[in-house]
Design a protein around this ligand. Sequence first.
Ligand code: ASP
Length: 435
Amino acid sequence: MIKITKFGGSSVANAEQFKKVKNIIQADPARRFVVISAAGKAGDDKNKITDLLYLCNAHVEYHVDYMSVFEMIRERFFRIKKDLGLSTPIEEELEKLSRDLPGISVDELVSRGEYFTSRMMADYLGFPFVDAKDVIRFNYDGSVNFEETEKKLNVAMLKYERFVIPGFYGSMPDGSIRVMSRGGSDITGSILAKCLKADIYENWTDVSGFMMADPRIVKDPKQIEKITYAELRELSYMGASVLHEDAVFPVKEANIPINVLNTNKPEDKGTIILDTIEPSDRDPRVTGIAGRKGFAAFALYKQHMADDAGFLARALNVFVKLGITVEHMPSGIDSVSFVVREKETANRVYDVIAALREELKPDDVKFMGDISLIAVVGRNMATRPGTSGKIFTSLGADKVNVKIIIQSFDEINILVGVATEDFERAIKAIYHSFD
Ligand code: ASP
């Protein structure tokens, strides 16, 4: 059994968190390959090392003295080292970094957060350290070179049997360091899981997986035990983010489950993410509810719209020309609406209306701002009639006016558009109709 265990920034923020990681690793011999983020925020440590490194870079760019920021980074690393009584010789390397900093690439600079945190974690666990720049390889276009990465990782696996590796970075064909997008250590974990053919990818963070709804809106929402990648994608589009979106792709192909777990509550089961989940009557009808504010809609009315060939194509083209993305298109018999992000149309509402009028000669065009969308997501909705009935009964009972309804063909998601002032009330009403 091979488990890839990835620990996020808050799990490695200080000595106390390092101890929790050690307990977790020692509790299961299958936890052989450990991916580490840069020390992040936890307790009194209010800054992420990666943010401080980006800040150093900004100081360099603006020719402002960066040493006071660098000292904050050095202090964090020294404190972890001292509190854990480690012998990792990081002093000289940090000293060299402080001197060379203006000359090195921003990618190399910010990757040092993961590098130093992992060096110390390897030391603390008594595991060998494998540098990500030697095994995670990118193509020139920035995509992962899986062929080479798989080879390198397997050589490392045979050589060491267990190791610690920094997340977030790898190297380009010319050997230079390249970082992934923010939160990218999740992707490193996923790459390892795929390339080392892991049985499971454990992603340890500071929450016990995903909750059925945002706890800032719904009090003590239930934990999601199992979720499919497709459901997760729907929920993360709406803003429920715990895992980097791109972390799904490598493991999805290989059908490796991801288990999101809580370093501070290791006894919690967390959430398991899988490609497919066999339907079971015990599974909830709805997996999760997430929402997003900041939408607007343009509604076009035209008699016999359906008989006007190319009408929709021409309407969409208006948005394309203005560089505005249309996210949804609910329609009626003689009307169609274009749902867009409010910030994309800011100050351009009249331009859009004028362009639509000119291009399509509609009977009327209306604009509606302050819309929020709520996604009710569940793989079981398709086989259990009555889900939408429950949603709309609960909204009606709470006097929430529904402005938009969209259901995808695979019936995994029902989207409801409401006025932003009704957003929280609507989420609570929907959640409680399923709890
Ligand atoms: N340290 C990087 C960041 O803060 C990557 C990560 O934590 O996954 O974005």
